[in-house]
Write a protein that binds this ligand. Structure first.
Ligand SMILES: Cc1ncc(COP(=O)(O)O)c(C=O)c1O
Length: 364
């Protein structure tokens, strides 16, 4: 077993074969040629101007509502540090992105975890908590192809959440790095575009559509709030990386981004299909919802299955995945996340076969 090839279903990153290396190189050449003064010097904390313009156009907002950051996790962190004081209540989905949980815990937030359903956050459970006296400052919601579950928040729930945010005066933080990666079905409007009360702050990223190594993401929100965050960002790093942002600006303006998104979607659709078929064949009692896009799929094994032990046994067979408990404050012991983004269909099939073998061995 020890010499089996290692396969990771743990990393939410694209495999190298679907990164548009040639288009990135051409974008870098053009950016360096066209604007050496802007590319090679310090910028300002708003980000590389042409990228900020492109983002503002895409999101239908003013440029002073945008800050382009070094990856969207930095955008998340800026927002949390700006709004959240120790003891503040913050709503998260259960399960949610593990780094969100870690960041909020570190800040001393009081985390109110609301169950996630196949059509997104259980908004009525949140309404009940609000009626019962909960007063969150912020609700963090990954609206499309959620990390870790792959679920998407329905339009009705988006509207209801905005109503609640206006009524109870909290910010909806729409964390949306996977929005462009829909394989099928209809796009759902962002809460940013539906919001009429300046309650939404929106983040997205080029990590999942271009590559994570470029470290470019952004935050969009009300002018006053973005202005304050820009000031803090200046003290943090003067400006984000202009070289990376200028390359992304060229990549976007030239249309290379559209080709890249198509490449990623095509590969991931096939990987999603392979994952679902392999689960149906090898783990027929596992429950999962087929994601309509994105990088992830959430697997529930029957109650009583011990995924912590399964993870160890799978690792002995060279396969890693992420345990459900990593994404929750409590529960998740019989669940796990598969990231099908980072390896090809054959490896996915092989990995799920090994997980099934490990489980069969554990159950004797
Ligand atoms: C929901 C969510 N937000 C933020 C991030 C951070 O992405 P990045 O900093 O690479 O833009 C990720 C990455 O996996 C994510 O899944």
């Amino acid at each position: 077993m020890a010499d089996q090839k290692k396969i990771s279903l743990a990393r939410g990153a694209p495999s190298l074969d679907i990164v548009a290396v040639d288009d990135l190189r051409a974008s870098a050449d053009r950016a360096f040629e066209r604007d050496p003064g802007g590319v090679f010097s310090y910028g300002t904390s708003k980000g590389y101007p042409r990228l900020v313009e492109w983002i503002a156009r895409k999101q239908g907002v003013d440029e002073d509502q945008v800050i382009a950051t070094n990856g969207s996790l930095q955008a998340d962190d800026f927002l949390f540090r700006h709004l959240v004081e120790p003891g503040d209540v913050v709503v998260v989905e259960a399960p949610t992105y593990d780094r969100t949980l870690l960041g909020l815990k570190e800040m001393g937030a009081e985390i109110l975890a609301i169950p996630l359903e196949e059509d997104g956050l259980d908004v009525e459970a949140l309404a009940e908590a609000l009626e019962g006296g909960a007063r969150p400052k912020l609700a963090h919601v990954i609206s499309n192809f959620q990390n870790p579950a792959g679920y998407t928040l329905s339009l009705d729930k988006r509207r209801r959440l905005l109503e609640l945010a206006a009524e109870y005066d909290f910010v909806v933080f729409e964390d949306d790095p996977y929005v462009e990666l829909r394989f099928e079905g209809e796009d759902v409007p962002t809460m940013l575009s539906l919001d009429e009360n300046e309650k939404v702050v929106y983040a997205s990223s080029f990590s999942k559509t271009v590559c994570p190594g470029i470290r470019v993401g952004y935050l969009v929100g009300p002018k006053g709030l973005i202005g304050d965050i820009r000031k803090k960002a200046t003290n943090t790093y003067i400006s984000p990386g202009m070289v990376a942002q200028a390359i992304v600006a060229e990549f976007c303006e030239s249309g290379a981004i559209d080709r890249s998104i198509e490449t990623v979607k095509e590969a991931l659709r096939e990987r999603r299909d392979t994952t679902c078929a392999a689960l149906e064949e090898k783990l027929p009692d596992a429950r999962f919802a087929r994601p309509e896009g994105g990088y992830f799929l959430w697997v529930d094994l029957p109650d009583g299955d011990d995924v912590a032990k399964l993870a160890e046994a799978a690792e002995e067979r060279g396969v890693v995945f992420t345990k459900g408990t990593d994404f929750m404050l409590e529960g998740g012991d019989a669940s796990f996340r598969i990231a099908y983004s980072g390896v090809g269909p054959e490896e996915i099939q092989e990995a799920i076969g090994r997980i099934a073998d490990a489980r069969a061995e554990l159950s004797g």
